[in-house]
Write a protein that binds this ligand. Structure first.
Ligand code: SF4
Length: 209
């Protein structure tokens, strides 16, 4: 659930003192996806790159620990919070245990967040590392793949330390962000966050979460 109150109270940034935003590197076009791709264009995030009063700090936690290209990985037995507390594991598609490497990546991401004094993180939802609202429940490559509500390991690490995380699909939150950055931006009142999307409401009602 996005902290709208926090976003409403974000400061108005200037060119001299830009808003510091940590961002999943793939969302900025960096080719750090599992297969060396950037997972496509996300105009909601690319838009942030054009403002001089925004300092984007891109980081790919999986690339940090496992390199690119790499295997696909997912969380088994819980969410990113559970991985951090030792109750769930991160396994690759071929069953290799990446739990320790993913925790290491999350610690690096937290170190960067603290060092750069970030004010917000915008991260790729659904990822076992960067997801903030929804992640896969176990291996995403099986025929009956399942989703669960929860954060990936790195988003959970940031959240646990008190940083605010939104995703590239939290359009209502992004609207507030744009309005802080750009005085001419007119907020779209129809915009929805990921947990208000039709797909999300329908899927999790169906799956009983
Ligand atoms: S979602 Fe996160 S871990 Fe995956 S490619 Fe993007 S930045 Fe890297």
């Amino acid at each position: 659930m996005t902290d709208i109150h926090y976003l409403n109270h974000l400061r108005i940034p200037t060119v001299e003192d830009p808003l510091r935003i940590l961002v999943s590197a793939c969302l900025t076009g960096i080719m750090c996806g599992v297969d060396g791709d950037n997972y496509g264009e996300y105009p909601s995030v690319l838009k942030l790159m054009k403002y001089k009063n925004v300092q984007l700090i891109p980081f790919c936690p999986e690339d940090h620990s496992f390199g690119t290209p790499r295997e696909m990985c997912d969380i088994h037995g819980g969410t990113g919070v559970d991985v951090l507390s030792g109750k769930a594991k991160v396994l690759t598609e071929s069953g290799v245990d990446w739990t320790a490497g993913m925790i290491n990546a999350s610690e690096k991401m937290l170190e960067i967040a603290i060092q750069k004094k970030i004010e917000l993180a915008v991260m790729m939802d659904i990822s076992a590392a960067c997801g903030s609202q929804v992640i896969y429940d176990g291996n995403r490559l099986v025929e009956d793949k399942k989703y669960q509500i929860g954060m990936g390991v790195c988003a959970a690490q940031l959240f646990r330390a008190g940083f605010k995380v939104i995703s590239q699909r939290d359009f209502a939150a992004l609207e507030i962000l744009y309005s802080k950055i750009d005085p001419e931006h007119v907020v779209n009142p129809q915009a929805n966050d990921h947990d208000q999307h039709e797909w999300y409401l329908e899927y999790f009602k169906k799956s009983g979460e």
